[in-house]
Design a protein around this ligand. Structure first.
Ligand code: B3K
Ligand code: ZN
Length: 884
């Protein structure tokens, strides 16, 4: 009965959830840091949970561990009292009462290439424990519902690691007598799961500041960065202080420790990590200076600093009962960071950007083999579920709660959630119950958003009755079936709407019948509603799903004239943008089909004229104008086409439309380029960034205009740039066009920024993105460049992931060579860093939507990966689902 178990090959199921037989109340850790042999002594205070029979074996998770000693209450365990493997430690008959288990392990941070657990980055020690990295440090009940109070002692040579950091507050520090070593002891009073544990040891520059919470707690703020880079952390620090203030104002939530630390490292599997009191960040999301970071980088830093800080309440104070509940912290925290950025910048622009991201990342995921519900019910490898569905669609679900309940009702639900569940490992049911109770609102049907995968399709047909002065809306919904899953049920879909009258303003109406409605929100709950809106003065154009009030695919019987009207007049900015997108998408889908059939692509001159009007409309915000003028991406067009996609034809159609707009509106773009030139020093604020975005968009159009000096102007823009936003925009245009000036600009860029890894990442990425037949050979060549490294995730992502996800035509080349290259990288990387390999592999997720030749090549490569013996669980999970 007590044979040590290796990790089961069977999937883990939500339905099987059981609490652990034992609770861990406190954890005392002692680290003696050494690159090749770090010793970890863990004293765990354990208690049998009620209902657990005495003598029940205690099975602790491990991963790649070497056990040095195991004791209970100070006595060494006899060999027959426990069983140990690198993946598990089983105490066969633990004491019936509370006891202390001491486990001593030895680990080798230097050779930890998975970057999970304790590893080295840039000569420093750091950790990453979410989701299951703590078990690579010591044997533990490594799951989010085991909450304990941690005390951590760290010892290291002072010369090697002058800073020793962990979660909570510093309680002691000093020298180890008679040695060159020193130590620090940290105590975190807040019970937490092991995934929030963090340790850092190393040498840094520190940017320091402080913040006083609204109840008067003085908090030290510290950002640890590579030597010489402290000044580049200033924007991150500013973002942190604004986040702390915002969470007090928007949600009444204060920080709770004496210190908040952020450490920036250059080797990191993801963006950042919300460890209690000690966030660890990919330095890409901390370091920024106008000459090295773009406006997008600045905005990402602001958003991610906020996101990780907000986790202190949504994730840390209230955590997840099991990993199936991941969206409880992630979807909610994304919603919170989106709201923060909306308040700091332009709400309309932020909403459009977020929806663009949702549609370009989450919609394809939801339509392909990797689709899963916002709360998955089964997984093989949890790291593969940190997805756009859990994060972005998860945030949309929270946003819908707010739309359905209104701002006050939403806030009442959040307040109840914090009051009731502080200190808990909670579930989605717990969360939704707070909104239902605080508002007396039945949300049972709403739960389908958490359990049903796939993007619902919403179809609305509107009809105007002149005699009766009514608008009839037939609202129908369906959700594409998922093979092997029960038929989908109708969802609760909030539809924010308005009736735009002939003068371009919203019209009043007398009543709505046939659907539940409150204010400007109708709530569809059935497969079909026939809705009558009475007392409407004149024929309106229905503006539907304003602000993208639900994550659905909407089709409506609006024609080109209706969309042009909404683009020009809709009081809802989101729908103005959406109308432009809908019109462009129609042209591009039809144009792709025409080109494929050997016909000419028709471009409605009204469309080009509308773009010209937007470009020239000075009443519109710059950033908003740039968004409207941005054509749907190739992946967006492919998604709309849905099947039998030929990416070369998609590219050709888009290129033609872009050139048609460029030619037809060249005067307006020329004027924008001239008028929007900078007049002062760089500032990353939203208004200045918006001006640059619009000017660079105009320049990109001008580069596509029939003008012999088109790219010469871009090269001049490159040379004149005094900030990275302008410099990089020019470089990207030159390289993507394969312009004669591109090589000189690339060489100049490399020479300027050679010593700056984050900028050299951009140099790799811009080359990987070029939609040119020569790109694959170039990318392969760049993998041998001295500055390239397969083991640094940022570098690998900048070159290979950018190629696989950002270059539709060259990744999905008709000869299959793009797929084959990426498959080779995945196979090579799998042993060293399976998490990053699996993430790269998911670029294949839409392979079935391709035309047959490309599809066949993709299948060969996926099968080649699947056939490799000893594949990691991460990669085998993704490849298995892709081939299902
Ligand atoms: N919680 C982390 C992500 C962890 C990913 C583990 N594979 C960062 C975040 O979402 O805030
Ligand atoms: Zn998060």
């Amino acid at each position: 009965m007590n044979t040590p178990l290796v990790r089961p090959a069977e999937p883990i199921r939500l339905a099987d959830y059981q609490p652990t037989p034992y609770a861990i109340r406190t954890v005392d850790l002692d680290f003696v840091l050494n690159p090749t042999a770090t010793e970890v002594t863990a004293d765990l205070r354990l208690e049998r949970r009620e209902g657990t029979p005495a003598g029940t074996a205690l099975m602790l998770d491990g991963d790649d561990l070497e056990l040095l000693a195991v004791e209970i209450d100070g006595a060494r365990l006899k060999p027959d009292a426990f069983e140990a493997s690198p993946a598990q430690l089983t105490i066969l008959e633990p004491p019936a009462g509370p006891f202390t288990l001491r486990v001593v392990t030895r680990i080798a941070p230097e050779s930890n290439t998975k970057l999970m657990g304790l590893y080295r980055s840039g000569g420093n020690y750091c950790t990453q424990c979410e989701a299951e990295g703590f078990r690579r440090i010591t044997y533990f009940l490594d799951r989010p519902d085991v909450l304990a109070v941690y005390r951590t002692r760290i010892e290291a040579r002072r010369a090697e690691a002058p800073y020793l950091l962990s979660n909570g507050n510093l309680v002691e520090a000093g020298e180890v007598p008679g040695t060159d070593r020193h130590f620090a002891v940290w105590h975190d009073p807040f019970p937490k799961p092991s995934y929030l544990f963090a340790l850092v040891g190393g040498d840094f520059d520190v940017l320091r500041d402080s913040f006083t919470t609204r109840s008067g707690r003085a908090v030290k703020l510290e950002i640890y960065v590579e030597h010489g880079k402290a000044e580049r952390a200033a924007y991150a620090m500013d973002s942190l202080k604004r986040s702390m203030r915002w969470d007090e104002e928007a949600f009444g939530l204060e920080y709770d420790l004496d210190v908040f630390m952020i450490v920036a490292v250059s080797d990191f599997n993801m963006g950042a990590m919300e460890n209690k009191g000690l966030n660890i960040f990919n330095d890409k999301y901390v370091l920024a200076r106008p000459d090295t970071a773009t406006d997008t980088d600045f905005a990402n830093i602001e958003g991610i600093i906020a996101h990780e800080y907000f986790h202190n309440w949504t994730g840390n104070r209230i955590t997840c009962r099991n990993w199936f509940q991941l969206c409880l912290k992630e979807g909610l925290t994304v919603f919170r960071d989106q709201e923060f950025s909306s308040d700091q910048r332009s709400r309309a622009v932020k909403r459009i950007s977020d929806v663009k991201l949702l549609k370009s990342h989450q919609f394809p995921e939801d339509a392909g083999p990797l689709a899963h519900p916002v709360r998955p019910e089964v997984y093989q490898e949890i790291n593969n579920f940190y997805t756009a569905t859990v994060y972005e669609k998860g945030a949309e679900v929270v946003r819908m709660l707010k739309t359905l309940l209104g701002p006050e009702g939403f806030r009442a639900g959040m307040d109840l959630y914090f009051a009731r569940h502080d200190g808990d490992a909670a579930t989605i049911e717990d969360f939704v119950a707070c909104f239902a109770e605080a508002n007396g609102h039945d949300l049972d049907d709403f739960m389908l958003w958490y359990s049903q995968s796939g993007t619902p399709e919403l179809s609305v047909t509107s009809r105007w009755d002149e005699a009766a002065k009514t608008v009839t809306l037939v609202i129908e919904q369906s959700c594409p079936p998922t093979p092997g899953q029960p038929a989908k049920q109708p969802m609760v879909i909030p539809i924010r709407f308005g009736l735009v009258g002939p003068n371009g303003e919203d019209m009043a109406y007398e009543g709505i019948e046939g659907i539940e409605a409150a204010g400007d929100v109708m709530v569809a709950t059935a497969a079909r509603h026939e809705v009558t809106i009475t007392g409407v003065g004149a024929r309106p154009v229905a503006s539907l799903l304003r602000g993208f009030s639900a994550p659905v695919r909407l089709t409506a019987n609006l024609d080109t004239a209706d969309h042009l009207f909404l683009l020009a007049h809709d009081p809802d900015s989101f729908n103005r943008w959406q109308s432009a997108q809908t019109l462009a998408t129609r042209l591009l889908v039809d144009g792709t089909a025409a080109l494929r059939a050997g016909r000419a692509m028709e471009i409605d001159p009204r469309f080009v004229e509308a773009y010209r009007t937007v470009a020239a409309d000075d009443r519109l915000d710059h950033a908003f104008r740039a968004l409207v003028l941005g054509l749907p991406g190739e992946a967006d067009i492919a998604r709309e086409i849905g099947s039998d996609v030929d990416p070369d034809m998609v590219f050709a159609a888009r290129d033609r439309l872009k050139r048609a707009v460029a030619a037809g509106a060249a005067d307006a773009f020329g004027a924008l380029y001239r008028d929007l030139a900078s007049t002062g020093p760089y500032s990353p604020d939203a208004a200045s960034a918006g001006r640059r975005t619009l000017r660079n968009a105009a320049l990109d159009y001008l580069a596509h205009a029939p003008d012999p000096d088109a790219t010469g102007r871009v090269a001049a823009h490159y040379r004149a740039a005094d900030n990275m936003t302008d410099r990089f925009a020019a470089l990207a245009t030159l390289v993507s066009l394969g312009a004669p000036e591109a090589e000189a600009a690339l060489a100049d860029f490399y020479a300027r920024f050679e010593g700056d890894p984050l900028v050299i990442d951009k140099w790799f990425a811009v080359q990987a993105m070029a939609p040119l037949p020569s790109t694959l050979d170039r990318v392969k060549g760049l993998t041998r460049h001295p500055a390239f490294s397969f083991s640094n995730p940022n570098r690998l992502r900048s070159l290979v992931t950018t190629f696989a996800t950002g270059n539709q035509t060259q990744f999905a080349r008709a000869d299959g060579a793009g797929f084959s290259f990426v498959a080779d990288v995945v196979l090579d990387l799998d042993d060293k860093n399976p998490q990053v390999a699996a993430r790269l592999l998911s670029a294949f997720r839409s392979w079935r939507a391709l035309e047959s030749r490309r599809r066949a090549h993709a299948e060969v490569e996926l099968k080649r990966i699947a056939a490799k013996p000893g594949l990691s669980r991460d990669v085998s999970d993704i490849v298995g689902r892709c081939l299902q």
